[in-house]
Design a protein around this ligand. Structure first.
Ligand SMILES: [Zn+2]
Length: 240
């Protein structure tokens, strides 16, 4: 299986998207992989999804809450941020992950897309809220027209955290996303993301989770927690 697709996003004919898997290969240049292999993986993905690889915009992800509105000059650079948003057609946006949640957004009236990287830090900083505000403020979108798909990420089954993170989550009012098993602390990042999406006014029926744990499924996905040094898979989306 090279890709998984969102049923929700597949229902829009002017949109192409995919979540890649381990079989699609590593897509990140910063993880000590052979650069020629990474370029080949990008070429193969561009060909399969039908975009020009030069038109892809990806990010230097820093676990921030920074949302970047794509500009023409971004095609040769790699903006430092954790969310990309655009209404430009034929401009694929990519988020790379190995345990963090890859989130793809589509606003169906104004035809605007976003790709977002949200791990524990992005969830604590509420990058979801900044992204939705960017849809509204930059593109006159409405939250009720947003459709959101979240790909594979580390589940509460595997995401053990230390007491300091547990306490930080409690301070932020995120008790509902904490789990204690055998005197160990676990965090459910997707539960936080879902709550934040709903608070932003996104309809529950417009939110979809793939619900696959990367750490439990290293045959299909890359997992930093399970493997340490590893590759990155991606969520990619563009307007045709
Ligand atoms: Zn798991």
């Amino acid at each position: 299986m090279k890709f998984s697709h969102s049923k929700l996003l597949n229902s829009f004919s002017n949109l192409t998207h995919a979540f890649t898997t381990r079989e699609s290969g590593n897509l990140a240049f910063h993880v000590n992989d052979n650069e020629a292999h990474v370029i080949k993986n990008h070429e193969s993905l561009a060909e399969k999804l039908g975009y020009n690889k030069e038109s892809l915009v990806h990010m230097k992800q820093i676990h921030s809450d920074i949302v970047h509105v794509v500009k023409d000059e971004d095609f040769n650079t790699c903006p430092t941020c954790d969310a990309l948003i655009t209404n430009k057609p034929n401009t694929p946006l990519m988020v790379m992950v190995a345990d963090c949640s890859p989130i793809l957004f589509y606003e169906s009236e104004k035809k605007v897309i976003a790709a977002v990287h949200a791990g524990r830090q992005g969830a604590f900083k509420n990058i979801v809220k900044n992204t939705v505000e960017s849809f509204i403020n930059h593109f006159n979108c409405e939250a009720k027209n947003l459709h959101v798909s979240i790909g594979a990420s580390i589940g509460v089954c595997c995401y053990e955290v230390g007491v300091e993170i547990y306490n930080e989550a409690r301070t932020l009012g995120l008790e509902y996303a904490l789990d204690i098993r055998d005197e160990k602390y676990y965090l459910d990042v997707n539960k936080i993301l879902k709550s934040q999406l709903l608070t932003c006014g996104i309809k529950e029926e417009n939110i979809e989770f793939l619900n696959k744990c990367t750490c439990c499924n290293t045959d299909k996905y890359f997992s930093y927690r399970a493997e340490g040094q590893t590759g990155r898979f991606a969520g990619v989306i563009f307007l045709n």
